[in-house]
Structures are given as C-alpha cells and as structure tokens.
Design a protein around this ligand. Structure first.
Ligand code: SAH
Length: 247
C-alpha cells in the first residue's frame, strides 16, 4: 500500500499515461494547485460571511491574489487580511473587495454588468481592479502613486485583461475622458466625495466609497437625475486616506 500523501505528485515514470498528458497551463504567480485550493477556501469563507452574488464569488475565485503581493507574503495571500504593498499602502481584505463589488452590482442584470463602465479610485497593486474587470464590461482604475501604478501594471500583465485600463493621476479629478461611469468605487477615504466624481456618474449610476477621517462609513450614492444624488450611509469601515495630487 502506498503511504504517499494524496497531494504529493506521483513519482516519475510510475504512470506512463500520466506522463503523456500535456502539462497543465502555467498560471500567473505559479503556485498552481495549492493556491487554487486556498482560493476556493477563501471563496467558501466569503460565502459564509454573507457574500451572495454568484458572479462576484466566481470572480473572487478566479483572480490569483498571491500574484499581487510580495513573494515573502504569498503564503498569507488567501487570509482575510490587508497586507502591505509598499509606499505605505495595503492590498484590501478579500471580504472588503467582495463587499464593495457586491454593493456595486446589486440589482444590475447580467447584461447591464457586461455593458457597464466602471471607475476605481486607488489602484494600489491592482487586485480589486482585476476582480472588477471579471465582473464589468469596462474598467478604468486611477492611482496617484507612480510606483504603485507601475507595480499594478506588472502584476496585471499576465492576466491579460483587455477591458482594464490603468491611469496615473489624482483620483479627485476622476477620469474625464472615460466618463460617464455606470459605477464608481473608491479604495481610499476622503472627508467628502469629490465633485468631479459625482459629475462623472451616469444618471442612474452608483458610487460606493468610504467617507470620513478617523471614523469612516461606507456611503452609497445614486445619481437620480442631472442635479440630484441620493446618499445612503452603510457600515463603519477603515480605509487608507484619499490624498491630494500625485507622487
Ligand atoms: N484597490 C487596492 C487598494 C489599494 S489601497 C486593492 O486592490 O487592494 C488604496 C489606494 O488608493 C492606494 O494605493 C493609494 O495610493 C490610493 N490613493 C489614495 N489617494 C488617491 C487619489 N487621490 N487618487 C488615486 N489614488 C489614490
């Protein structure tokens, strides 16, 4: 009887048929099956934690979070924690990313999601941008720190998300050339939602953002018509601050 644990690969030339099978495709980040399993466990935890939307769960299961962080931290990639990404910033917790995106997609049909144009403010390492690009038709993500903008570009290359565009700039200004947006999501908290972002929302569109200083709450803003926005205050949260200008 073999005592080989199930997760150990079969010894060489033990199974000639297996040897003739084509090699599995190389994955970005390269941790292969172990990370697939860890990610499936993470998705299960998100489901237990209350994330319901099947498309959001599927997208969370597809994006390799370990490929967005330093190799030294990769073993913690599928824990529900924020981790440092350099420049004093962090990658958001998976539960935060899932919750924000679920709030964006609520009551959107599959067709609306597929056609939606979305803006993310605060690309960071690019993780949430990748998840957004798996759910929405077009995604633009803006980052004010040049080093992070470039890091995100490198992290995202292998995923070949042709519907995702990264922009270097101050998110306070939005991205006028790509507006209007059906949805906007902010990954950093300001004391108020910048006016250009409100202006760049399509009528009927939605914005999700943390607002506040030491105390923050998630805000959902819906543009009712050209001159009216409806704001709903949701849960207490803790995000990095929205900063002005670029660096
Ligand atoms: N979306 C990231 C979270 C990054 S943390 C993820 O997937 O985990 C928030 C990011 O917002 C930081 O990278 C920070 O530099 C950026 N940020 C802060 N103020 C900003 C601004 N005014 N414009 C654009 N990005 C900003």
């Amino acid at each position: 009887m073999s005592r080989r644990p199930a997760w150990l690969p079969a010894p060489a030339n033990r199974d000639a048929r297996a040897a003739r099978r084509p090699a599995p495709p190389r994955r970005p980040g390269g941790l292969g099956l172990a990370s697939d399993r860890a990610r499936a466990t993470m998705v299960e935890a998100l489901r237990r934690g209350g994330v319901r939307d099947p498309q959001v769960l599927e997208a969370m299961g597809q994006v390799p979070r370990h490929a967005f962080i330093d190799a030294a931290l990769a073993s913690r990639a599928y824990e529900d924690v924020a981790l440092p990404i350099g420049h004093g910033q962090t990658i958001s917790r998976p539960s935060t990313v899932a919750r924000m995106i679920e709030l964006l997609v609520q009551s959107m049909t599959a067709a609306q999601r597929a056609q939606a144009s979305v803006l993310e403010v605060g690309t960071g390492c690019g993780y949430q941008a990748a998840v957004l690009a798996r759910v929405f038709g077009q995604v633009v993500s803006v980052e004010r720190v040049r080093g992070l903008h470039e890091q995100a570009r490198n992290n995202l290359r292998a995923l070949r998300l042709s519907n995702l565009r990264l922009v270097f700039g101050d998110g306070h200004l939005g991205v006028a050339q790509a507006a209007p947006f059906d949805a906007i999501v902010m990954a950093a908290a300001g004391e108020a939602i910048p006016d250009p972002l409100l202006e760049q929302m399509r009528v009927g569109g939605r914005l999700i953002a943390p607002v506040g200083g030491i105390r923050q709450a998630l805000h959902r803003v819906e543009r009712v018509d050209r001159e009216h926005w409806q704001v709903t205050v949701l849960d207490a949260v803790r995000f990095v601050p929205l900063r002005t200008g670029t660096s």
